[in-house]
Structure formats: structure tokens, C-alpha cells
Design a protein around this ligand. Structure first.
Ligand SMILES: Nc1ncnc2c1ncn2[C@@H]1O[C@H](COP(=O)(O)OP(=O)(O)O)[C@@H](O)[C@H]1O
Ligand SMILES: [Mg+2]
Length: 256
């Protein structure tokens, strides 16, 4: 479980995050949604320790991240897996070498055990066959699956994904979302996904927090969205005609 209590972050004069509190549970895939520039990436960077908030508390299963010393933080980072927008694969390494990378960095296991673990992770994302290919030789969806395999190689308790579907078509996005959700349940991880993709919201949006101009404007599930009267949320979700129509149908169903 990850708990945020009153997190604030600013850059020079500009407040980017204001008083963000939230709880993210084990075994659940929580979505952080909001339009571009609302503060999702800054929030995730604060949570993983790439940025330091000025105010607030950040608890990893009751362990207070912000008051830890460097060594303790480093140890906790070993429990985190990350799939960041920009953190691409290493182009000069094969798929297998990419997944081996964190194991080679951090694990004391024998080469044989590290290889076995990497192959296990590749198998979990259905990529055993692609092990000797280079990232440039496989599709965008396969690259994301390699990134997922690499992120879970060290068996993390916490998984962070910043816009994991960027650049993917809707069908492939759904495969990636469902894979992340399945793995989260399977290993009882606490998983956070940043997204502004409505398909993700409708596909796996069981726990959602909506960020608006750096504060938490709303939280709930995708079902709650249809009945919410929060105007900012509705403007964000129902900006497209398609979702406005879906909502009309849902409301008719609810009213019988
Ligand atoms: N290092 C930085 N210095 C100054 N401003 C920043 C920095 N990083 C992000 N911001 C600002 O913080 C706001 C939120 O950005 P971001 O978290 O990237 O939004 P999102 O991920 O929701 O699209 C934006 O206005 C952005 O310009
Ligand atoms: Mg972002």
C-alpha cells in the first residue's frame, strides 16, 4: 500500500502539485488521470523519489519515504519497477539482454539463475520467441511488453507506469493495460498508471484519481464516472462525442 498525505511540489514560483492525498492498495491497478500538464508525471516522479516534494508525507507500507536516508531510499527503490514514458529500451541490446539488465545491475544470483528469471519474465509477457531480436526489429506493443518484463524482473512490490500506452493503437493498448492489471493481481503489487487515455479508464479503471491543475479533484471508479456531477471531470471525460453518447446510454440504463 502507498499512502500520500498532503503532497505539495512547486518549481520556483509555480505550484504544480497542491495538497495531494490518496491511498493505493496492494493487488490493485490505480489510474491517475488528467489532461496534459495537470501534474501526473510530476506526481509520479515525487512518489518514486526522482523529485522531492516540499511538503507532505509519502508512506510505503507505513515506511516514511521522505524521511529516509540515502541508503534506505536506495533499498526501497529496489522494490519498485518503472515503465516511464521516456525510459525506452536499450537499442543495442537484445530483448533478453534488456530484461537481464536490472538483474545484472542488482542481483547477486548466478548468470544461470538470472537468465532463468529473465526468461520467466519474457514468457509471462509472451515474448519467449523474441528473446534474440533487437528492439528495432519488433512492434511498439512488443517493445512495451519487453519494458513490462524488464520492470518486473526484480519482483517489485510497487509498479509505476507513466503513459504506458503512448504511441500504441487502441487494441494493443488494451492488451498492455490488461497485462499490467493481471500481473498486478498475480503478484499482489501496488500499481500506479498515469494516463489520459479514455480507453484505459473504461478498460481497467477500478480505482481512479483525477488530477486537475495539480490538485486531486475527484476519485472513484469508472462506474462512478457515469453518475458523477463533477463538472471538471465530465468536461475531461466527455470531451469526445463518443463518450458523451456512452454516458447517455448508461444513464438511460440506470434509470431503466
Ligand atoms: N522540471 C520542471 N520545472 C518546471 N516546471 C515543470 C517541471 N516539470 C514539470 N513542470 C510543469 O509542471 C506541470 C505539470 O507537468 P506534468 O506533470 O508533466 O503534466 P502531465 O504529466 O499531467 O502532462 C506543467 O505545467 C509543467 O510545465
Ligand atoms: Mg506526463
Amino acid at each position: 500500500m502507498i499512502e500520500l498525505k498532503g503532497l505539495c511540489k512547486s518549481f520556483e514560483e509555480k505550484n504544480v502539485l497542491t495538497d495531494i492525498s490518496a491511498t493505493f492498495e496492494n493487488g490493485k491497478t490505480s489510474l491517475i488521470i488528467g489532461q496534459s500538464g495537470s501534474g501526473k508525471t510530476v506526481l509520479m516522479k515525487c512518489i518514486v523519489g526522482l523529485l522531492t516534494p516540499e511538503k507532505g508525507e509519502l508512506l510505503y507500507d507505513n515506511r516514511n519515504f521522505l524521511t529516509m536516508n540515502k541508503k534506505e531510499k536506495k533499498a526501497l527503490r529496489r522494490e519498485m519497477g518503472m515503465i516511464f514514458q521516456s525510459a525506452a529500451l536499450f537499442d543495442s541490446m537484445t530483448v533478453l539482454e534488456n530484461v537481464m539488465f536490472p538483474l545484472n545491475m542488482f542481483s547477486n544470483d548466478t548468470l544461470r539463475d538470472r537468465t532463468r528469471r529473465a526468461m520467466f519474465c519474457l514468457d509471462r509477457v509472451n515474448l519467449t520467441e523474441a528473446q534474440n531480436k533487437y528492439p528495432g526489429e519488433i512492434s511498439g506493443g512488443m517493445q512495451k511488453r519487453v519494458a513490462i518484463a524488464r520492470a518486473i524482473a526484480l519482483n517489485p512490490q510497487y509498479l509505476f507506469c507513466d503513459e504506458p500506452n503512448s504511441g500504441l493503437d487502441p487494441k494493443t493498448s488494451l492488451v498492455i493495460d490488461e497485462l499490467i492489471q493481471d500481473i498486478t493481481r498475480e503478484y499482489n503489487m501496488t500499481t500506479l498508471i498515469n494516463t489520459h487515455d479514455m480507453n484505459s479508464v473504461m478498460g481497467i479503471g477500478e480505482e481512479i484519481i483525477f488530477i486537475y491543475e495539480g490538485h486531486k479533484e475527484w476519485e472513484g471508479s469508472k462506474d462512478d464516472i457515469f453518475t458523477s456531477s463533477n463538472e471538471r471531470l465530465n468536461n475531461f471525460i466527455f470531451a469526445s462525442d463518443l463518450f458523451r453518447k456512452v454516458r447517455e446510454v448508461e444513464i438511460q440504463n440506470i434509470e431503466g
